[in-house]
Design a protein around this ligand. Structure first.
Ligand SMILES: Nc1nc2c(ncn2[C@@H]2O[C@H](COP(=O)(O)OP(=O)(O)O)[C@@H](O)[C@H]2O)c(=O)[nH]1
Ligand SMILES: [Mg+2]
Length: 304
């Protein structure tokens, strides 16, 4: 009972797949899962984007529970898997920074298409409900379309947006935005950035400069560097995360596109392999489709 079922696996939910391995026949759990079962579990988790580290830990945890005779029912198994996932996800993340001595500056980073600009709008929407006075900054100057996209969100949310000319210096836009926030008394600045990875150094140097220049204008800033990663691209997201981590010291992760058929295992892999708190998950294209990350609720949903 190993590889035969892998081909049709994606049509089933993660839990259906795990269950199928563990409960091939009545009482299988009582007798214990055999080596082939555990191997199949391992493969299922890898396919669901959990990554090697998290998969090995999860399988180990299930194996231990089986050996101790603690897994007697389907519910026992589900609870054990969920508990281990929650443990790996760590404590609920701290709330977003909020400074009292001047504007809080947050920079959004990530490669093209992951959902940065959308996430800026989503976080702005969320912070508006906390009655923060916000200012957006369109520091993705690479394409005119990118500036326009953020300006459109700003109009919809009725927020000011600082933008430079297409092709201009992103760091200059970020600097102007922080200055504008200081002048107007806006308490939070959300800075969108470019993500084209024409050369890694090019983008990373540009982002480092944004961070440096912001810190020059407002010592201590940026207070958040939110790394936006696409939850549907598995191990690629982990690799992207490593690159950004080397360059800009992210304070947290936003995992996007976890609506639809996305395989949420990537969230566990990202938490485990990048060691950064998951701050939010993106669950759609609408501005409301952002949830503060709750490890317990997430693990339960993952195993629905
Ligand atoms: N389904 C889904 N689509 C998203 C989500 N976040 C962003 N998108 C879409 O992904 C595409 C790229 O988003 P964008 O914000 O422009 O990415 P950027 O290049 O990183 O700024 C757009 O079509 C967004 O509507 C999400 O959480 N779920
Ligand atoms: Mg963008």
């Amino acid at each position: 009972m190993t590889s035969g079922r892998i081909g049709d696996a994606p049509k089933l939910s993660l839990w259906q797949r795990v269950k199928r391995i563990a409960l091939t026949d009545v009482g299988a759990l009582v007798r214990g899962m055999n080596a082939a079962d555990l191997e199949a579990l391992e493969r299922t988790l890898i396919e669901a984007d959990f990554g090697v580290q998290a998969t090995v830990e999860l399988v180990q945890a299930v194996e231990d529970e089986v050996r101790r005779g603690r897994l007697k029912t389907e519910d026992d198994l589900k609870r054990a898997v969920a508990a281990k996932i929650v443990e790996m996800l760590g404590a609920a993340p701290p709330p977003l920074a909020r400074t009292t001595d001047g504007p809080t500056v947050m920079v959004f980073v990530g490669v093209n298409g992951v959902g940065k600009t959308t996430s800026v709008a989503k976080v702005a929407h969320l912070l508006q409900r906390e009655k923060r006075s916000l200012l957006l900054a369109a520091a993705d100057t690479y394409r005119a379309g990118a500036i326009q996209q953020l300006q459109t969100w700003a109009e919809r949310l009725k927020l000011p947006c600082v933008a430079g000319a297409p092709g201009g210096d992103p760091a200059a836009v970020a600097f102007d935005a922080v200055e504008a926030a200081l002048n107007r008394g806006a308490d939070t600045v959300l800075i969108d950035t470019a993500g084209r990875l024409h050369t890694q150094e090019g983008l990373m140097d540009e982002l480092k400069k944004v961070v440096r220049v912001v810190a020059r204008k407002r010592p201590g800033a940026p207070h958040e560097v939110l790394l936006v990663l696409d939850g549907t691209v598995g191990q690629n997201a982990v690799q992207q995360g490593r690159l950004f981590k080397q360059a800009v010291e992210p304070t947290g992760i936003i995992v996007t596109k976890l609506d639809g058929s996305a395989r949420g295992g990537a969230v566990v892999a990202l938490r485990k392999e990048l060691g950064l708190p998951i701050r939010f998950i993106g669950l759609g294209e609408k501005v409301e489709a952002l949830e503060p990350f709750d490890p317990q609720a997430f693990a339960e949903r993952l195993l629905e």
